[in-house]
Ligand binder design. Structure first.
Ligand code: MG
Ligand code: ZN
Length: 237
């Protein structure tokens, strides 16, 4: 029982700081996307593709969470967008306090869209709100079609699920109906979106990019001048 009591108070404190972060983001008109998923699901690849598709229209920043290395942060840094690496020193998720600290290294007035790449893990990142505007779960075909059934907590909190490596569907005998059926069993949000994508071939990514533009515009109509006037064609370049 004690363990449970401690966990609850930690989560409550986390939620308090997440609310503070949310106010800071809102005051600065920053749309924040928390990207979660297993190691190797393709979170960083998705980020690189999304930056490529949106960087002409939207000012992007990235927070990279990793247990030890700075490898992913260096890949992002090479694109030229501002990136801050959080080295969790073994911790298996990001929390709101880590984000609050990382924010001091950004000029938020210069950012419209902030991506947070969470630590690769399908369990506890789901329990730690960061103050984000949207939660994205990246799942990939080689992980198998049973992930929503095995990790319902993660799929329950998702606003968007990206099923990545869709080009490998046949190789792995992945059953999309099972994946989607279990997914909709656990996630009852009327807004939930599932995109089937391949960060390798680019397939399906325009749907994701269009969704992102749509929700950003809904949250911040001031962006209309930059991205609202052109057709939402996504990453077709
Ligand atoms: Mg990564
Ligand atoms: Zn954890």
């Amino acid at each position: 029982m004690k363990v449970i009591t401690i966990a609850v108070s930690v989560l409550r404190e986390n939620d308090r700081i997440a609310d503070e972060n949310r106010i800071v983001f809102s005051d600065n008109h920053v749309f924040v996307v928390n990207i979660m998923g297993s190691p190797g699901a393709g979170k960083t690849s998705l980020l690189l593709k999304t930056i490529e598709a949106l960087r002409q229209e939207v000012r992007i920043g990235v927070i990279e969470g990793d247990i030890a290395t700075s490898h992913d942060a260096e890949l992002i840094h090479a694109t030229g967008v501002p990136v801050v690496q959080i080295n969790t020193q073994g911790a298996c998720h990001l929390d709101a306090m880590m984000i609050k600290t990382a924010l001091t290294h950004f000029d938020l007035a210069e950012i419209d869209l902030l991506f947070i790449e969470n630590v690769g893990n399908l369990v506890c990142p789901a329990g730690f709100r960061l103050g984000e505007s949207a939660r994205v779960v990246v799942s990939s075909v080689p992980e198998g079609d049973d992930k929503p059934k095995k990790y319902p907590g993660m799929f329950r909190v998702a606003d968007v699920v990206l099923l990545n490596k869709i080009d490998l569907l046949d190789v792995f005998g992945f059953n999309i109906s099972i994946f989607k059926g279990d997914m909709l069993q656990t996630n009852h949000s009327a807004m939930i979106e599932i995109f089937e994508v391949s960060c390798r071939t680019g397939e399906g990514l325009s749907g994701w990019v269009d969704w992102l533009k749509k929700v950003m515009l809904a949250a911040n109509p001031l962006l209309t001048a930059d991205i609202g006037s052109e057709p939402l064609t996504g990453s077709g370049r």
